[in-house]
Design a protein around this ligand. Structure first.
Ligand SMILES: Cc1cc2c(cc1C)N(C[C@H](O)[C@H](O)[C@H](O)COP(=O)(O)O)c1[nH]c(=O)[nH]c(=O)c1N2
Length: 217
């Protein structure tokens, strides 16, 4: 099957238009068939040895979201303390989650024991199962954008909060907590770039020809 030029352009459009969304969520539910497509996109990600180590916990209950948000608030205060004083005020002004406002949370986990202890491609680098699960999240992120649904990844929360709140067994790793929903708008640039936190790196400086090369400013 060949991809047509129009289809190729649509894919790049989605890649460049994808954003991490934290604040523009609308109170509009995601239809079951749309959610099924997003989850299926995740489930069709590449995985080491075809391990498919992921699970998806869907969170819609307000009480559950409130418990997760409380965990975020504590972790965020802890995080703020790690920044130097001059950056702390700016950090505290950035909204870094949309846990309660988004209609759907998805906790994506990794079962590191799935399909047995020896997995093709993971014998030397065992962390490959974790990376595979991140591939699933990226697929979901792009699929969500193609559905005009915003997705925000929240990592400022201790695993134990998610484990306790969502009854995740000890042998399951927590990879990401995602907030999904329709949005009033998608920003054209990353919020952290817009906010002056960091610029996008110059791609040319990140490309090395044949061997690693030190690039000075
Ligand atoms: C693994 C991981 C973890 C996080 C993120 C991303 C990824 C990949 N990002 C989103 C991140 O800030 C964002 O992707 C970049 O700023 C670039 O912006 P766009 O995604 O292009 O909009 C993110 N954003 C946020 O507001 N709170 C968070 O806890 C996190 N955590």
């Amino acid at each position: 099957m060949n991809i047509s030029d129009v289809e190729r352009d649509a894919l790049y459009k989605v890649i460049y238009a994808r954003r991490d969304v934290r604040r523009e969520f609308l109170d509009k539910p995601i239809a079951d068939d749309v959610l099924a497509r997003i989850l299926s996109a995740g489930h069709h990600a590449p995985s080491v040895g075809f391990m498919q180590p992921w699970d998806f916990i869907l969170v819609t209950e307000q009480a559950t979201k409130q418990a997760i948000k409380q965990g975020f608030d504590l972790a965020n205060a802890e995080s703020a303390a790690q920044f130097s004083e001059d950056k702390r005020a700016a950090y505290q002004n950035i909204k870094l989650e949309g846990i309660v406002e988004s209609p759907l949370g998805i906790c994506v986990t990794c079962d590191r024991q799935r399909n047995g202890p020896v997995v093709i491609g993971r014998t030397i680098k065992p962390e490959m199962d974790l990376y595979s699960t991140v591939c699933a999240i990226q697929n979901m992120w792009l699929a969500a954008r193609a559905e005009n649904i915003g997705l925000g990844w929240v990592s400022i929360i201790h695993d134990q909060v998610l484990r306790d709140t969502l009854a995740i067994p000890d042998h399951i790793d927590i990879i990401g907590y995602l907030c999904l929903g329709y949005v009033s708008k998608f920003k054209s640039k990353p919020e952290l770039e817009e906010f002056g936190w960091l610029p996008r790196e110059n791609l040319e400086r990140l490309i090395h020809k044949e061997k690693w090369s030190v690039k000075n400013d």
